[in-house]
Design a protein around this ligand. Structure first.
Ligand code: MRU
Length: 348
């Protein structure tokens, strides 16, 4: 339905430049790791699953640039690449899972030649790409059952095709519901400071012909109170073992509001966004970004250039505010700690 957000082509990683949407559709072509790491940091590619897939291609990029023949030098080169990518953004755990899976290739196969390891890395990066496509469609199929005819769903940030390879998590639920012929609408929070909701979600949903209404973040309470909203669907950047969920700043406010208004609050996230090594939300690192993102937008100043700013990119929604998780293994309801472990840590 959508062109891939991130893919490998002709020896380079290609990305839709999300900082220029919706007004321009341009590509960033990353022929070296530095360009890719910068693209992740600058949010040219963003969204937890897309960052993970990009990181896999990043290791592939580093591997293809290695011209030597010795395994020790190759392993050191790959370690440096992984270190560089790991420093790009701290919150989305998909990035770190992918780097761990990639590292397991070179630490787990000391007998491989450089050429063999290069092939294994290429195959792994391609598999991660394809897996994300499949998993998003499975989440969509599980989640669409939560959309009833005539419902208006609320979402924040962009958890769509642009945040994954090509389908989305929360927005994937909407695409699957639409494919089933359901009639529903979406309210999209603009998502200050960088407006991923206004710029990206509205663009995506309009292209997919899903009726969408844009609201400022501060309008969510009034929309819920008016009785317009039937459910909230968000993505996630990292889910701790107890179900506490880091997602775009503003998500926690929506969860508190949804609880107050007795509206179900669903998090749509693949297994690769769960971090069972972090027991609760207090252990999730929260990225803080530049003050200028809050002082204005795209170079246009709103506040004084000296205004003191706090700019966390994410917040943590406590598990008790979450009605259910939609994952590729089905819809998981409380008690979350037990049920998440059972559903996601087993095989199958
Ligand atoms: O800062 P961003 O744009 O990378 O933040 C993205 C989000 O918070 C998304 O909701 C999350 O990554 C899930 S995307 C499927």
């Amino acid at each position: 339905m959508f062109k891939p957000t991130v893919y490998w082509s002709q020896g380079a990683v290609k990305l839709i430049d999300q900082t220029r949407l919706p007004h321009r559709t341009t590509m960033v072509i990353c022929r070296d790791l530095k360009t890719l790491a910068t693209a992740i940091r600058r949010l040219q590619v963003r969204g937890a699953p897309a960052i993970g897939v990009a990181a896999g291609f990043g290791i592939q990029l580093a591997s293809t640039r290695f011209k030597g023949s010795g395994r020790r030098a190759f392993d050191r080169h790959l370690e440096r690449a992984a270190y560089h990518l790991a420093a790009s953004r701290p919150t989305a755990v998909n990035l770190f899972h992918v780097l761990d899976e990639m590292k397991a290739l070179w630490t787990g196969a000391p007998e491989f030649s450089v050429a063999q390891l290069k092939r294994a890395i290429q195959a792994k990066a391609a598999a991660l790409y394809e897996e994300n496509r499949q998993v998003c469609r499975r989440m969509g199929d599980h989640g669409e059952r939560l959309i009833s005819d005539g419902m208006t769903a609320l979402t924040i940030c962009n958890a769509g095709a642009l945040a994954t390879v090509d389908y989305g998590t929360a927005l994937g639920v909407f695409y699957s519901a639409k494919a089933k012929g359901k009639r529903f609408e979406v309210f999209a929070c603009e998502t200050r400071p960088l407006l991923q909701g206004a710029r990206l979600t509205v663009w995506e949903l309009e292209r997919a012909k899903v009726p969408v209404t844009l609201i400022c973040d501060s309008m969510a309470a009034a929309a819920m109170r008016s009785g317009k909203i039937g459910a909230v669907f968000t993505g996630a950047d990292r889910v701790a073992a107890n179900g506490d969920t880091a997602n775009k700043i503003g998500t926690y406010s929506l969860a508190v509001l949804a609880k107050y208004h007795k509206i179900p609050f669903y998090v749509v996230a693949p297994r690769s966004t769960f971090d069972f090594r972090t027991s609760s939300g207090s252990g999730i690192p929260i990225e803080e970004r530049s003050a200028d993102e809050v002082r204005g937008f795209q170079g246009a100043a709103a506040a004084s250039a000296r205004a003191r700013v706090w700019n966390p990119a994410f917040d943590v929604t406590p598990a008790r505010l979450i009605t259910a998780f939609v994952t590729e293994r089905g819809v998981i309801v409380p008690p979350l700690k037990k049920n998440l472990k059972r559903a996601l840590c087993g095989h199958g």
